[in-house]
Design a protein around this ligand. Structure first.
Ligand code: AGP
Length: 596
């Protein structure tokens, strides 16, 4: 949801740093992009479209000791050159980039226009440089002018500004992420660490309401009154290699293949095969009478799975879509734990739901992939899923890591002592995912069904969240219609949509009652001429009714969904690839959705 990069203090290559940072941040938004470099004057170049269009347009000689850049996901005004950031004031001496939404911009714009300012874009952001301009004209220092402009705006924002004749970047945040990178001679600023990870792994996480001043490798953080705050430097564990494509055609494919490694990291030091125990430092002493999960999209599917696991372990649990929970939260008691499942830790809907829970005095836990993210800092506890950076907009490895983390949470809260079988199954999972990756026939299935009218996904119990996730992945990156259903629900309406041109992916593992009933549903589909793709461990009779089979190794029923999901990730990937879609940056979407 818009990406910000900034850099000051480098003698050369400021422009390269900004463009490289924008490439890395492009997953946050990619409908337009721009840069501003300040020297004696401020030079701006911005273009509608992806960053390569900006790269082609920018004068390579454009350089200076300080600059900011932005990649946009439109909220106010269509993607055009004019609406792209940075935005400048009437003098052209102040340039500003913004991630978030300024809610009172209509009235601010009217005020500025009445005072004679000429605003050129449809954006909410453009009011900021003009208020800075007024404050500078009133004799304020640049820092005072920046703070006074920020005091006028309401909403959520991460903002950064550069000025003609200054080597400083001034920045602040309220509800949108912003992190400072501390280099030896240079200082960096970004919405997300990977944007400057190549230059430094030392970071300072800004909190809401804080103001940063970066200049020639030095940095300070103050409050809204300009009082100096003490902030500590953290070391980031990710390395730059993890944010590269490493020979894969797409980040999504790379991240699908990274799942074995991601799960090993998630489990490291947290489970003991010999004793069958789960011991997670972040969850030490945690108890809960009931659990409410709040999450969006793929993370919501992991949350649905988590709620099922806890229910099965005897802990009352429910999963809620965060956007709904934020406006109509479920009743809580003193012993309720609210768990925000969020890869980025920055999803506005999930943060709003967590804040709603906090306002009611219950304990909150962030299950996230990003150290220092807003969810991690706002919640009472943080369970890191340790998946490593995920760049592709479609969440893949983080889903698997969330599912594993849900098992760690459920084993902790159920406090069974000996969880030998599940611990063993979790330890086996990375190797089994590798087996699926090595032998998958997903590409052939994709080839066979690439021209279908739509796709249905069915599963029961633990496989229901995977059916939903399989459909989300398919629609997100192929732009084709796809729906997931609990297998038993198909006959209550959706079956009317099933035809010979709508393959049904049926996820069936084991031989229990769930499997038997799902095989029954598969027969209903087959009787209506729909092609069936069985995603199965071969234990049931489902393959008799299937037109194609995607095989899974046998495992505990509760971890089989991860394996099934890997097959479905691959099918979606290959269908999208055959259709020539923009797999890592699907249209209209952004990786981190920081508006409600
Ligand atoms: C999934 O492929 C999507 N990118 C999206 O549904 C995502 O899972 C959702 O926006 C939640 O993101 P989060 O995990 O960062 O909170």
């Amino acid at each position: 949801m818009c990406g910000i990069i900034g850099c000051t203090g480098r003698e050369t290559e400021t422009l390269d740093v900004l463009l490289h940072g924008l490439d890395t941040l492009e997953y946050r938004g990619y409908d337009s992009a721009g840069v501003a470099l300040a020297n004696g004057t401020v030079e701006v170049c911005k273009r509608e479209g992806e960053i390569d269009r900006l790269r082609a347009a920018v004068d390579p000689a454009m350089d200076g000791p300080v600059g900011i850049g932005h990649t946009r996901w439109s909220t106010h005004g269509p993607p055009t050159d004019e609406n792209a950031h940075p935005h400048t004031d009437c003098t052209g001496d102040v340039a500003v980039v913004h991630n978030g939404i300024i809610e009172n911009y209509d009235e601010l714009k009217a005020e500025l226009t009445a005072a004679g300012h000429e605003l050129e874009s449809d954006t909410d952001t453009e009011v900021v440089p003009h208020f800075i301009e007024d404050a500078l004209a009133d004799g304020m220092s640049r820092d005072e002018a920046f703070r006074s402009a920020v005091a006028r705006i309401e909403g959520s924002y991460a903002l950064a500004a550069v000025f003609a004749g200054s080597e400083a970047i001034l920045a602040t945040r309220e509800g949108s992420p912003l992190v400072v990178g501390v280099g030896d001679d240079a200082a960096y600023l970004a919405s997300d660490v990977p944007a400057f990870l190549e230059y430094t792994d030392r970071v300072v996480y800004l909190d809401d309401g804080e103001f940063a001043r970066l200049e020639s490798g030095s940095w300070t953080v103050t409050d809204a009154e300009g009082r100096l705050l003490e902030k500590s430097i953290s070391q980031v564990e990710w390395d730059a290699e993890e944010t590269a494509k490493s020979g894969y055609d797409h980040y999504m494919l790379k991240e699908i293949h990274e799942q074995p490694r991601a799960l090993r990291k998630c489990l490291r030091g947290r489970v003991d095969e010999l004793t069958g125990t789960v011991d997670v430092e972040a969850l030490e002493g945690l108890t809960a009478e009931s659990v409410q999960f709040v999450a969006c999209g793929t993370s919501y599917h992991a949350a649905l799975y988590g709620a099922q696991r806890l229910q099965a372990a005897g802990v009352p649990a429910q999963a809620f879509l965060a956007s709904e929970y934020a406006t109509a939260p479920a009743p809580v008691t003193e012993g309720t734990l609210v768990v925000g499942v969020t890869q980025s830790g920055e999803t506005a809907d999930t943060l709003a739901a967590l804040r709603r829970a906090q306002a009611r005095g219950v304990e909150t836990l962030a299950m996230t992939n990003v150290v220092g993210s807003t969810a991690a800092r706002d919640c009472d506890r943080t369970l890191l899923i340790r998946a490593g950076p995920e760049i592709g907009v479609a969440a893949t490895k983080t889903f698997s890591s969330q599912v594993v983390a849900c098992n760690l949470l459920s084993a902790t809260l159920a406090d069974r002592g000996d969880s030998r079988e599940i611990v063993q199954a979790l330890r086996d999972l990375p190797g089994q995912i590798q087996e699926v990756l090595d032998a998958s026939r997903a590409e052939a299935v994709a080839e066979r069904f690439v021209d279908s009218d739509g796709y249905f996904f069915i599963g029961r119990g633990h496989q229901h969240p995977v059916a939903l996730e399989g459909a989300l992945k398919m629609k997100e990156i192929t732009y084709k219609h796809a729906e997931g259903f609990p297998a038993g629900e198909l006959k209550h309406g959706p079956l009317a949509l099933v035809t010979g041109r709508t393959p049904v992916f049926a996820i069936v593992t084991g031989t229990d009652e769930e499997a038997t009933k799902t095989v029954g549903n598969v027969k209903e589909v087959e009787a209506r001429d729909a092609p069936v793709v069985a995603v199965t461990d071969g234990a049931s009779t489902v393959d008799r009714y299937a037109d194609a089979v995607l095989e899974l190794p046998e495992t505990e029923p509760c971890v089989a969904p991860v394996l099934a999901n890997v097959q479905l990730q691959l099918v979606a990937y290959h269908v999208a690839n055959k259709l020539g879609r923009s797999i890592d940056k699907p249209r209209n979407l952004a990786k981190s959705v920081t508006v409600e």
